[in-house]
Write a new protein. Structure first.
Length: 148
């Protein structure tokens, strides 16, 4: 059984219920975030969790990671404390953490006909820039500035 300096059980809660006189190992000097990380890390390896349970646990791990970040820990240290990779921690701290996927720009590639390709080549060879519009655009034209 593992307890902190105040006697709070970090690991071995059920063992304590069975045998209140069980030997205890005291860990001292851990911050609140480190204590939470210790609890998750020491218990995760022993658990068979469903997909939904793992998803809920990931939310809790992310909250603990934020606490550790506020305590001044690096992403690498946070990953080691929580038992995840530094890349996972970096993903949690990215702007889009709801799905784990970064927002991507729409794919605006279109297949153009030889006629339009010829018009584009004439446009470029005459010294015009992209700022000067080509007279005709294909009907399936996608402007990334206005695409959703």
């Amino acid at each position: 059984m593992v307890v902190d300096e105040l006697g709070t059980v970090l690991d071995g809660r059920h063992r304590l219920k069975i045998d209140p006189s069980a030997p205890r190992r005291v860990v001292e000097g851990l911050s609140e975030g480190e204590k939470r990380a210790f609890v998750y890390r020491s218990n995760l390896a022993r658990r068979n969790l469903s997909h939904d349970q793992r998803r809920a646990l990931t939310v809790q791990l992310q909250a603990t990671a934020l606490v550790l970040k506020e305590e001044g820990r690096t992403q690498k240290e946070i990953g080691q404390l929580l038992g995840v990779t530094q890349q996972a921690v970096a993903l949690w701290f990215s702007n889009n953490t709801s799905t784990g996927n970064a927002t991507k720009a729409p794919d605006c590639r279109v297949k153009i006909t030889n006629e339009i390709k010829s018009t584009v080549l004439d446009h470029v060879s005459s010294g015009k820039t992209q700022q000067t519009p080509i007279p005709r655009r294909p009907s399936n034209f996608c402007d990334p500035r206005t695409a959703v």
